[in-house]
Design a protein around this ligand. Structure first.
Ligand SMILES: Cc1cc2nc3c(=O)[nH]c(=O)nc-3n(C[C@H](O)[C@H](O)[C@H](O)COP(=O)(O)OP(=O)(O)OC[C@H]3O[C@@H](n4cnc5c(N)ncnc54)[C@H](O)[C@@H]3O)c2cc1C
Length: 390
């Protein structure tokens, strides 16, 4: 169900939904199963999505993109996950686009956006997290020191996804030491790093994770980048990243909704077909009701996702709604994942049914890119005015 939208906008979204659905049909379960098992990057899928133009949804038309809004972008990611795929392979381009569009220079946009839209360059790496700064971004330690017309980067990032599959990286680093700051949210800066020019200087060590996410530890050891890699003003990076958080939360919510529908559809179908004690297991309320309950939770979360997206499109404050959408959708998807696994019994653990893969993949959405505890803290502290824990 889509709310707060004109009939035309709604029709356009339906057309996008169907087109992405059709593209995803070329990448059925066995494709994603094999990619997962071989821990491969879904290169073919990402190339097809790029060629279709959908990955450039948020790039304005003047730079060769589709110039669509956050709602349409969210529908694209939702449908990838709904099809059984994993938009985690390529979503960062949408997550980071707001920061580049709002705060990047004209020169940066002209240099990179048309090439990204054409599929010649990928902006799929977003480097924030560090070993000593996960949820607490203001404690970042990676330094970027200005030396003439260069910045010299030193430090370590962890959990940075798709570094090897990307040409560009949006990097956040410290430009003023923490101790020298009065306002601790200052002193961090964002850089659009062209990784082609620092090849061989970045040390990238893949992490062994429970999902196929191409996530790495990245070491910067005197890595020099041109000073014009800086996005916006020096020291304002934290503010710029926060600006992008609402979009990111809405997009993750949509991915979770897509997963949720996948689990519900698979569970309902299997419950109707699997016969135990002489009747389909779905006739038993112990099997049927949890599926119906999870479905209701997904539909409710979806309303909040569209509500948040509509406010975002109208440029209204939407922090509360975007955070609630992320919270409700990721939890509803996780509920649906468990219900689906229960419905499949032992077969849920068999790779050939894809439930265990999607189960692992959807679990991430409650934790990254932001943990639901941080979402609750935002609601408790910023919306409800309760005492702060940080
Ligand atoms: C597969 C994967 C891919 C990722 N990709 C990227 C990426 O591309 N780029 C990137 O920058 N990062 C990435 N991340 C990192 C991710 O964003 C962080 O893991 C996440 O933000 C949490 O940080 P942390 O792991 O350091 O947890 P911590 O900050 O150590 O927190 C641990 C737990 O304590 C809770 N906690 C901490 N303080 C409080 C408090 N005050 N109140 C209540 N609870 C609290 C947290 O919510 C969390 O549950 C990725 C992570 C994973 C797993």
């Amino acid at each position: 169900m889509e709310t707060h939208t004109s009939p035309q906008a709604s029709e356009d979204r339906q057309a996008i939904r169907e087109a992405v659905r059709s593209l995803c049909k070329d990448f059925p379960d066995p494709y994603w199963r094999a990619v997962d098992k071989e821990e491969r990057y879904p290169e073919e899928f990402v190339t097809a999505l790029t060629k279709s133009g959908y990955l450039a949804a948020l790039i304005p038309e003047e730079y060769g993109g589709a110039g669509l809004g956050i709602t349409e972008a969210s529908v694209i990611l939702e449908e990838i996950n709904h099809s059984g795929g994993n938009s985690g392979a390529c979503h960062a381009q949408m997550y980071t686009m707001g920061t580049v569009l709002r705060h990047g220079s004209d020169e940066q946009k002209r240099r990179y956006l048309p090439a990204i839209a054409e599929g010649k360059l990928r902006l799929q790496a977003f480097a924030i997290t560090e070993p000593n700064a996960g949820s607490d971004t203001t404690r970042l330690e990676t330094r970027a020191e200005r030396k003439g017309d260069r910045y010299v980067i030193n430090g370590q990032k962890i959990f940075i996804s798709r570094v090897k599959q990307s040409d560009l990286m949006l990097l956040m680093a410290r430009t003023t030491p923490y101790e020298e700051l009065k306002d601790k949210t200052r002193g961090l800066s964002v850089f659009l790093v062209d990784m082609r020019s620092v090849k061989g200087k970045l040390e990238v060590q893949p992490l062994d994770l429970m999902i196929n996410h191409h996530t790495n530890t990245v070491f910067f050891d005197d890595v020099e980048i041109p000073a014009d890699s800086l996005v916006g003003e020096e020291g304002m990076g934290f503010r710029y990243i926060i600006d992008g958080w609402n979009a990111e939360r809405i997009l993750i919510a949509a991915e979770a909704i897509g997963d949720g529908h996948w689990f519900i559809e698979r569970a309902s179908k299997y419950a109707g077909e699997r016969v135990v004690f002489g009747r389909p297991i779905g006739a038993n309320q112990g099997v049927q009701f949890p599926i119906a309950q999870a479905y209701a939770h997904i539909e409710a979360a979806d309303l909040m996702r569209y509500h948040a997206a509509a406010k975002f499109e109208r440029q209204e404050k939407c922090g509360a709604e975007a955070n609630m959408a992320k919270l409700l959708a990721s939890e509803a998807a996780w509920e649906a994942a468990n219900v689906c696994l229960n419905t499949f019994g032992g077969y849920g653990f068999a790779r050939d049914y894809d439930v265990e893969r999607k189960f692992r993949e959807t679990r991430l959405l409650t934790t990254a890119p932001v943990s639901n505890n941080m979402v609750l803290a935002f609601l408790g502290q910023n919306v409800l005015g309760m005492p702060r824990s940080y």
